[in-house]
Structures are given as C-alpha cells and as structure tokens.
Design a protein around this ligand. Structure first.
Ligand code: FBP
Length: 253
C-alpha cells in the first residue's frame, strides 16, 4: 500500500524541516537570542522557504493554527516529548497530544520519538503502531524519530545501529524517519538502503562549525536521504537565513 502522505512537504522531491521542540527537550538554554520567540522561528521558516516546521502542541495552538503561517508552512506536530532534567539511562518519551488533535491543529504529519534499545522500546513500538494507523486513517504522514539510546546501547551513532534504526522505521510502517548521522556517506547510504521505501531525513544535531555541518548535509544527500530536519545549526547560527540558503543549495540543486 503506497501513499502520498508526504506530498505536502516535498519540493523537488526533497524536504527541509525546521525543528523547534528544543524548549521541551533541552530547555530554553538552547533558544539563544531571538530564537526564544516562536514567531521569530515561524518567520524564519517562511522566509527561508522551509518545507515543514516541527512544533509541540502548545506552540502550534498559540502561534500557528489559524495564522498566516498555517497557509505557508506545513506542520509536523511532535506528539511526544521528554525533558533532559530526569536523566534516566533508559529513556521513554510520553505522548502529550492525540493524532486527532494534531489534525485539528492543522498538522499534515505527526512525529514520534522511539528510543531504540531503551528498556521501554516495546512500549514505544506499541505506541507508534497505533499512531501510524490513526495518522494514515486521517491521511497524515507518520514520521518516526529513531534514536538508539539506553543502557543496552554502546554507541548511539554506530553504522550498524543506524542501519538497524532505519530498518525498524521501514518495518514499523513509518512514512519517514529522522535519524542521526552515522559518520560517513557510505554508512549513511547503508541506512538509506535499509529503510527501503521509507524516506530518510538527517537529524541535525548540536551546533557545529558551518563547514562541518554543510559537509554532513552534502554527504547524506549523496547517500540518498530525502532531506534534513535542522534546528540548532540554523537558529543558533549568527545568520540563520544565510545558513539556510547554503543548505538549500546542497539540497535542491
Ligand atoms: P537539531 O537539529 O537541533 O539537533 O534538532 C533535531 C532534534 O531531533 C530536535 O527535534 C530535538 O529537540 C533534538 O534534536 C533532540 O536531540 P537529542 O535527544 O539528541 O538531544
């Protein structure tokens, strides 16, 4: 069964997502300068030509739904979240929004994080199983953030575990997965192959040097990724729109 649920996010067959759930996941310390203001980020998404924005429920309700932004940038509603205050070795990120409500807020996709290898992975697989079916019934895409993490995981970004994460995405029926960089174009290609018909996007990661980040973007696109979801490497950059243009040049040319 093939579907077209990712269509609203595609531009020339690629996606460029602006991730903005860091206030929840990491706290306001990540939201340097103007990026503390959700409107500033939504303006950046519009001006930068992002093909999707990732928000938690409260920000969508107060700044996105029914506004000019809703007409311009499609929403991926992140429906689970956890903080980094309770630093448990085996993470679980609880659901705080239903798929139904995400649809009401205008989302075209829902996002859900699975911590592969956590002792709670079975609960996350069960959650995502239901979420994926509900999303498809409502003609929305189901996007899985798949981050290997927990006491059983020695190296969260090893080539083997990254390819395994990608395969889990395919087998769970995710339309798209968001995974971390595995260290090289060759190993990322293996992950893309493992994901089969499930589309793969890079999860940006913490702020690095500009050239280093652009090299990673280039390598994942060459490896067959559909695009990237970026947060800190753009909104913590001194010139976010300039950085956005550099990323777009790699992605869309
Ligand atoms: P970045 O591009 O800033 O890394 O954002 C991607 C993202 O997945 C966010 O959606 C999320 O807040 C964060 O990374 C979680 O990263 P981690 O759990 O590794 O701290």
């Amino acid at each position: 069964m093939n579907n077209n649920f990712l269509q609203p996010f595609l531009s020339k067959g690629k996606v460029l997502f602006l991730a903005y759930d860091h206030g929840f996941e990491h706290g306001p310390k990540d939201l340097i300068g103007k990026s503390i203001d959700p409107e500033y980020i939504l303006d950046l998404a519009v001006k930068g030509g992002y093909t999707g924005i990732i928000l938690q429920k409260g920000i969508a309700e107060k700044y996105y739904t029914g506004t000019k932004y809703q007409k311009t940038v499609p929403l991926i509603l992140k429906i689970n979240g956890k903080t980094n205050i309770s630093r448990t070795t085996d993470p679980y990120s609880s659901i705080n929004c239903s798929v139904d409500y995400a649809k009401k807020l205008g989302a075209k996709a829902v996002g859900y994080t699975i911590y592969l290898g956590s002792k709670y992975e079975k609960k996350m697989f069960a959650d995502f199983g239901k979420i994926q079916e509900q999303a498809h019934q409502l003609k929305m895409a189901a996007i899985a953030w798949i981050y290997p993490r927990g006491s059983a995981v020695e190296d969260e970004t090893s080539p083997e575990i990254t390819a395994y994460a990608a395969r889990i995405g395919l087998e769970l029926g995710a339309d798209m997965i968001k995974i971390k960089y595995s260290g090289s174009e060759e190993t990322f290609r293996k992950a893309v192959q493992s994901a089969g018909e499930t589309k793969v996007v890079l999860s940006g990661g913490s702020k690095t040097g500009e050239e280093e980040f652009l090299n990673i973007v280039e390598s994942v696109i060459k490896a067959g990724a559909t695009g990237i979801a970026v947060g800190r490497n753009v909104f913590q950059h001194q010139a976010p729109l300039v950085m956005t243009e550099k990323i777009k040049k790699i992605l869309f040319s």
